[in-house]
Design a protein around this ligand. Sequence first.
Ligand code: ADP
Ligand code: ZN
Length: 434
Amino acid sequence: MSNYFNKEIETMPLEQLRELQSERLVEQVKHVYENVKFYHDKMDEAGIKPEDIKSVDDLSKLPFINKDDLRDQYPYGLVGVPLSECVRIQSTSGTTGRRVVAFYTQGDIDIWDECCARAIVAAGGTKDDVCHVCYGYGLFTGGPGLNGGSHKVGCLTLPMSSGNTERQLQFMEDLGSTILCCTPSYAANLGEAINERGLKDKIKLKAGIFGAEPWTEEMRKSIEDSLGIKAYDIYGLTEITGPGVSFECEAQAGMHVQEDHFIPEIINPETGEVLPDGEVGELVFTCITKKAFPLLRYRTRDLCKLTREKCSCGRTHVRMHKPMGRSDDMMIVKGVNVWPSQIEAVLLKQGYQANYQIVVDRHNNRDSIEVQVELTPEMAADNSVPVEIREKKIVDGLKSMLGIKVDVKVVEPKTIVRSEGKAKRVIDRRNLYV
Ligand code: ADP
Ligand code: ZN
């Protein structure tokens, strides 16, 4: 039996949801046209008046906005209310090099908090839970978002922030944390540390809410086993609000997009054409309620697909597939498209943990790609399989996954740097020469 933070909205019949979205979209378009010069000019250029947008069916008439627009408008160009109405600024973590600042009114923060509260309740959270938040706090949206959601649910909130693993474990044990919120890579590290110290029986964790970076199903299984919990995916981006734009329910089969606030579309990244449900393309979001930083048809560069198939949890909101990386993450190596998540899947299938690094380089115009992966302590203790055999098996696995030869180096346990926030899996040295 599923629990909801806001049952009426989360299980709203589709037709009613469409009406709500249409009403909100019409109002939002008027708001940005009147208050944001950038949109005013852009809509004028495209020959669109606010009156032309009468319902969600007209959404595709609006122009797109992308990360370069945000950079050009930095810092205040897209703010939709007087600064005196804004109460908060957050900023992207700069994974792709360009920082973006986003603004929030108190109303926008309330929306964000509620989305995170819905995610916590969907993961089984109630006011009796101890919610351990070790996403980073500060400009990064992870900590503040889940913190706000945890308060709204009424959980006892531990604002741990990231890092200092010893202290994390001590508080987890002493205070009986039941829900863990962090990046999946940090969850994997905590799992490793807990098992090394023989603490598994002493911790009370039952669920984890993990996001802010791509992770595979193999990684989910590995985290669930090592921590003895159910692991839920959560997605979001600073530009749209932060974590909670979408999240998983107990079905763990895609993340429900909070459609009463954010309308998703999937487009062909080359042509901009809107694609039907089920097709993979670039994810685009329109904020229909946020006032301070109201992005319309924002191109996320995240690639995924949507499904409207009925979900067993009773939520009616559309589900998005786990984005397996953004178009920016894709590397072209030896002329072939390579995603870090494909490499991760091969490694975890062969029993390795997600402690790996990918190094791409170029010499004499020829690309090389090397994957370094740590032996697990059990593998290191087992002398019956020579390292060369292990390496060959990974090389073969990667060859059949990617179609190219990847160099593989198996390294001793604990030699690859652990991540405390978003993991940096790829070192692309080719960028140094351009
Ligand atoms: P930055 O762009 O600097 O990383 P953010 O911290 O706002 O800024 O990160 C948002 C991005 O993180 C998303 O666009 C997406 O690529 C990635 N992301 C967030 N949550 C997930 C998730 N659950 N699965 C995969 N990728 C995610
Ligand atoms: Zn569901």
